[in-house]
Design a protein around this ligand. Structure first.
Ligand code: CIR
Length: 253
């Protein structure tokens, strides 16, 4: 169960943020509306929302997930791999000091984005990507093991971040797409397999009694409903245009 989430309103500078997609320029008003609905959905899930104001100096800072790795008992401030995003950690650090007594840190030359980290109960999976390097992954593994968790490092082949293609729903159940469908690291889980054409919907979030999924993925919704989950669907078009998904927009703990 999650009690808290941190979100951050996107600024107008979002339009100048990083992207690899060819989905076109985001429409700022539409983005704000989608973000507002996202926050309302989280509130419906029963969490307390800490809402940070927009920061124009950091175009990608609405993607708060990348700045920290959180559990109910400890917090790690990351060292985001994209130069333009690195300064985002200052505000997240200051915010998390209000929730945690002690913070851990990923330090250079290690880099790590929270989007590359997936927790499934006592196990963490750490992706090595364009943003998270081996040194950063090893630092986090060390911190996690010290705290009594297990950590597996997974070099990515295609996905942008680890959680671009995988989500944990609880109940030993993983949502997997693309390179993770047959990945041996996830063999012990019951899998909900997402097809190539629905790949974007693999980035979904279980928040207490609901699974929040992007709208427009009927087959994914059906699979979750059949498995017994109540779903909330959200329009994510303007977030997707800048390589973001549902998990990226919040820190949940
Ligand atoms: C970036 O390139 O960093 C942002 N435009 C997207 C970050 C998405 N974050 C995530 O998947 N955790």
């Amino acid at each position: 169960m999650y009690s808290n989430v941190i979100v951050k309103t996107p600024g107008e500078s979002y339009l100048n943020g990083l992207t690899t997609s060819d989905l076109g320029k985001p429409v700022f008003e539409k983005l704000l509306e989608q973000h507002k609905k996202y926050v309302e959905a989280l509130e419906k899930c029963g969490v307390t929302v800490t809402h940070l104001p927009a920061s124009e100096e950091f175009p990608d800072s609405t993607f708060v997930e990348d700045a920290a790795v959180l559990t109910s008992d400890f917090a790690v401030i990351t060292n985001p791999g994209a130069e333009s995003r690195n300064g985002e950690i200052k505000e997240i650090e200051a915010t998390l000091k209000g929730f945690y007594e002690k913070l851990h840190y990923i330090k250079s030359p290690g880099t790590l984005d929270g989007g590359d980290i997936l927790q499934a109960e006592n196990n963490f999976y750490i992706g090595i990507s364009e943003r998270t390097n081996e040194e950063g992954a090893l630092q986090l593994k060390g911190i996690l093991e010290q705290q009594g968790y297990e950590a597996t490092i997974i070099p990515l082949k295609e996905f942008f971040h680890l959680k671009t293609g995988i989500a944990y729903l609880g109940d030993n159940r993983m949502v997997v797409a693309g390179e993770f469908v047959d990945h041996p690291a996830f063999d012990s889980y019951e899998k909900i397999v997402i097809g190539k054409e629905d790949e974007y919907s693999a980035n979904c979030i279980r928040v207490n009694d609901y699974v929040i999924i992007p709208s427009g993925y009927e087959e994914t919704k059906r699979k979750f409903n059949v498995a017994g989950y109540e779903t909330i669907e959200l329009e994510m078009s303007e977030v997707q245009k800048h390589d973001g998904g549902l998990s990226c927009l919040s820190l949940r703990f």
